[in-house]
Design a protein around this ligand. Structure first.
Ligand SMILES: Cc1cc2nc3c(=O)[nH]c(=O)nc-3n(C[C@H](O)[C@H](O)[C@H](O)COP(=O)(O)OP(=O)(O)OC[C@H]3O[C@@H](n4cnc5c(N)ncnc54)[C@H](O)[C@@H]3O)c2cc1C
Length: 398
């Protein structure tokens, strides 16, 4: 018997192929703004089909999928770079929605969460600073100082993803510089992006491309940005605890999206190998190197999917904390699979692979970052090894 989730995944896959693939050449050749109106039109279609905000509980207006089911959907949405955005489950908004559902007060929910869930606005997350190692965000310079009923925020952030076009940022800033523990010094505060003193310096060029709108990463300054203290999320000093909260399920979302990209690249790679003639009647697919890449890629994608789904089930049944080592495991493993897949697919396409005539170069440019953001490979590998070695009597300090 076919379960509901299987039907849903197949239906969404068809939608992505039929409705979103045709928009991609416009995105690739003319940029985000050339395709934005069409994406927002498709969003209405998604709402009408009852698929809107698939990870958000029904009482908030979403489809209410649990984490393993959403992971399945996330994979097929990942087949297109427009998938998650069209279904309103794109990073960083999905992480902000999850956070706000968990810790926001009624007024914060009304003003920021609900418009986000309805897809009326977008948001961003502003933690990393160019002057400090983002892989150890305990060290940061941004401050939020109380003044009357307000916080006055000063800071310099970068890689505030998708900032262009957002209504608000969630910023991490030091509110309790004298707290004895480093991880109790920062807080998360909502900052509407039209607040005086909030300024985007630039969209950072990544691999030669600054992007537009949703597909950007901004460098931002906060200069005496004044917001009411009621914009604090949770309690003062809880910033890192809240950041951890968003990262567990968030890494499953990313990993399954990457598996979707891998499947797309795999399909293109096989089609190219089967259609490119090296000489009359001699196909590229007949070369053993290509065959090995295809076999290795198939095995790696399947293994990655099993691993991630296993972790999704663990988080669902025992919570993110219990699954934290496995979460580190999938983060670096799947990012590595994606890296290898993209490289092989580009190589099989030859010169075509590095043009924007297929989605490969766009994916290659944007997703090299998968091994860096949400914790670089090395940090996650060390975390996994530390945990294993502890069972062998070796305690390694961070
Ligand atoms: C595309 C993209 C989107 C992003 N989006 C956001 C966002 O929306 N909001 C936000 O706040 N931030 C965002 N970031 C920032 C991201 O979180 C940081 O880049 C990441 O945490 C790494 O920090 P860093 O770049 O400062 O590298 P560093 O901390 O300087 O590390 C550099 C390198 O050193 C090595 N390294 C670091 N630590 C260790 C270790 N313990 N052991 C061994 N080697 C190590 C790794 O190879 C690492 O790549 C984004 C980054 C990218 C690339």
């Amino acid at each position: 018997m076919t379960s509901n989730i299987e039907v849903l995944v197949e239906d969404i896959k068809t939608f992505v192929r039929e409705e979103l693939y045709p928009l991609e050449p416009i995105l690739l050749q003319q940029g985000y703004y050339a395709v934005e109106a069409a994406v927002y039109e498709k969003r209405e279609n998604v709402k009408a089909r009852g698929w809107w905000a698939p990870s958000i509980p029904r009482n908030y207006g979403g489809l209410g999928l649990n984490l393993p089911d959403f992971a399945r959907v996330s994979e097929v949405l990942g087949l297109s770079f427009l998938g998650h955005l069209t279904f309103n489950c794109q990073a960083p908004d999905i992480g902000n929605m999850e956070l706000l559902m968990e810790v926001a007060g009624d007024e914060q929910k009304e003003r920021y969460l609900m418009p986000l869930i309805r897809g009326e606005i977008r948001s961003c997350f502003s933690m990393t600073e160019p002057e400090h190692a983002g892989s150890n965000p305990l060290y940061m310079s941004a401050t939020a100082v109380k003044d009357g009923d307000d916080y006055v925020i000063n800071g310099h952030k970068w890689f505030t993803s998708s900032q262009e076009g957002t209504a608000f940022a969630i910023v991490m800033a030091i509110t309790n510089p004298d707290a004895p523990k480093l991880h109790q010094r920062a807080s998360q505060i909502i900052v509407p992006t039209d607040t005086p003193g909030f300024r985007r310096l630039r969209n950072i060029k990544i691999m030669g491309e600054a992007g537009e709108g949703y597909f950007t990463d901004a460098e931002v300054v906060y200069e005496n940005v004044r917001v009411p203290q009621s914009n604090l999320l949770g309690k003062e000093g809880e910033g890192f605890a809240l950041a951890q909260m968003r990262l567990g399920p968030g890494r499953v979302h990313h990993c399954m999206r990457w598996i979707g990209i891998c499947e797309r690249a795999f399909d293109l790679m096989c089609k190219r190998a089967a259609s490119r003639e090296l000489s009359p009647g001699k196909m590229l697919a007949e070369k053993q190197t290509i065959q090995h890449w295809i076999a290795e890629s198939r095995a790696e994608i399947n293994a990655a999917r099993f691993l991630v789904m296993d972790v999704a089930h663990k988080i669902e049944s025992s919570g993110a904390h219990a699954a934290r080592v496995d979460i580190s495991l999938i983060k670096f493993y799947v990012a590595g699979v994606l890296d290898r897949l993209m490289d092989r697919a580009v190589q099989v396409h030859g010169a075509l692979g590095i043009t924007d005539d297929t989605m490969l170069a766009f994916a290659y440019r944007r997703e090299r970052a998968a091994r860096i953001y949400d914790g670089p490979d090395e940090v996650h590998k060390s975390a996994v090894a530390r945990h294993i070695l502890k069972q062998y009597g070796v305690t390694i300090s961070i």
